[in-house]
Design a protein around this ligand. Structure first.
Ligand SMILES: [Zn+2]
Length: 335
């Protein structure tokens, strides 16, 4: 981790405290979301097993099985709703974490310069809208024809199918309801591997149709999409920040062997530095599922930015790029 952090600090320069804060928030959110998603699966499964336990030591009959199908279909629906809410909450938080960096830099420049023409509430509004746009981008983008919500729904369907497989396996084994309930609880908590000793016949029967870890696919989707959200926030907030010079990708130390990340983070195709891209040419990020490469906006140094703002304040035409930002970006948010 330390090499990445060193690189992050060196790119951020005087802004390093804000860069570290954004990165830390991202890591914390990732950890919290992981826990929350696991908790959703555990609670949902406990709820199914509670229904089963009511049936005691009797084996399944047709009526009980029908009831369980109903419970499973309700569970799928609840899981869809809970996962969507979870992804909404965390995508918004990740975007805010990312854009906070850009916002802090811009506000700092304006305050240090004391520019009258640029007002802090307008900047606040600009970033608020920018965050909204990034959220929309995350939810409206399709991959292979599927929206993020479709991907989330398919995880809930998979959950229902897996639970159905286990319960049907229990019926075929003549296993009683309490034992099946315990099996579900153990599975969601500790994974398929731990079932082999206690339920050897069942695992032989259905093992290849049951994933090792029922929440893994949702966790992987969450990690990938939240990295994408953070990346989207970084990109979109750089596009409205006149101090931004590009987007830098920093290779994660967690890569066991070279992959596409090495190529993207290691080249200097635009003469902006290693792994730095113009905002409009930034590669699609993350580069693969579970990718932990870091993304950060490259900005001009605070001193240079303040100097430029001062020159622009004295004579707008002396700083055409700032004037263009003022006319075409900033003014859009004055209403
Ligand atoms: Zn990577």
């Amino acid at each position: 981790m330390s090499k990445e952090i060193d690189e992050l600090k060196s790119i951020a320069g005087d802004y390093k405290i804000w860069a570290l804060k954004s990165r830390k928030r991202f890591i914390d959110l990732r950890f919290q979301q992981d826990l929350e998603i696991r908790e959703i699966y555990i609670r949902l499964t406990n709820n199914i097993s509670k229904q089963l336990k009511k049936e005691g030591l009797s084996p399944f009959n047709k009526k009980r099985l029908e009831q369980m199908y109903l419970v499973l279909s309700q569970s799928e629906w609840i899981l869809k709703k809970k996962l969507i809410n979870n992804f909404k909450k965390y995508s918004e938080a990740n975007i805010e974490a990312a854009t906070g960096y850009s916002k802090a830099i811009l506000i700092n420049g304006i305050e240090k310069t004391g520019v009258k023409k640029i007002e802090k509430p307008i900047i606040e509004k600009m970033y608020f809208r920018t965050n909204e746009k990034a959220v929309e981008a995350i939810w409206n983008r399709t991959k292979e024809g599927l929206y993020l919500s479709d991907n989330i729904w398919s995880k809930a369907e998979k959950y229902r199918n897996t639970m159905t497989t286990i319960i049907q396996g229990a019926v075929a084994e003549g296993q009683d309801c309490v034992k099946t309930a315990r099996m579900l609880d153990q599975y969601v908590l500790k994974g398929k591997k731990t079932l082999v000793d206690d339920y050897p016949n069942m695992i032989k029967r259905i093992g290849n149709r049951v994933p090792s870890d029922i929440s893994y696919e949702s966790l992987r989707l969450a990690r990938t999409k939240m990295t994408a959200a953070y990346g989207e926030g970084t990109l979109i907030s750089a596009s409205v920040n006149p101090a931004a010079k590009g987007i830098k990708y920093i290779l994660s130390n967690t890569h066991p062997k070279p992959d596409m990340c090495d190529a993207i983070c290691g080249v200097d195709d635009y003469g902006l530095g290693s792994g730095v891209y113009p905002v409009e040419n930034a590669p699609s990020y993350p580069f693969h599922p579970n990718c932990l490469c870091t993304v950060i906006t490259v900005t001009e140094k605070p001193k240079d930015f303040v100097q430029r703002l001062k020159r622009w304040q004295a004579n707008p035409m002396s700083e055409p790029s700032l004037e263009s930002w003022y006319q075409n970006v900033y003014k859009k948010y004055i209403t």
